[in-house]
Write a protein that binds this ligand. Sequence first.
Ligand code: SF4
Length: 147
Amino acid sequence: MDKPKVALSACLMGCACRYDARDNLNESLLKQLDSFEIVPFCPEDDCFGSPRPTMDLIDNGEGINAISNENGQNLSVPILDYAHNFFEQHPDIKLFIGKDRSPSCAVQSGKVYSNQKELLHTQGTGLMTKIALDLGIKCWDSEAYTT
Ligand code: SF4
């Protein structure tokens, strides 16, 4: 029988796709996912390459966007496009595990700032995760995941 599919932030599998071209390998998490087929994703590497400038989630009062810390550019559209394409290609994803605190992949651990760069809260949802939640997929921050 086919294993159920879990979408997993690729950096947690050891892919060097972070902003600094390093990884977030989490072997104990991978062991917990033995009974799943892992489908890795990394919107930021796909859209912007690695290494790349960092970005933050900014709530401008009308919505939350990923804004470049290098030049203030709104980077949300390519990340959201990547997410929509990913879930179209993998309509049978049963579970989503995202890297904590990432502006793309956090579930409820992202830092959200105001336009003036004041920290508003630390329970933000990354842009890719938001699409997963909208599709009704169960989502976990990697540090909170338990079987
Ligand atoms: S947290 Fe998400 S966007 Fe950042 S490197 Fe990992 S998979 Fe890519």
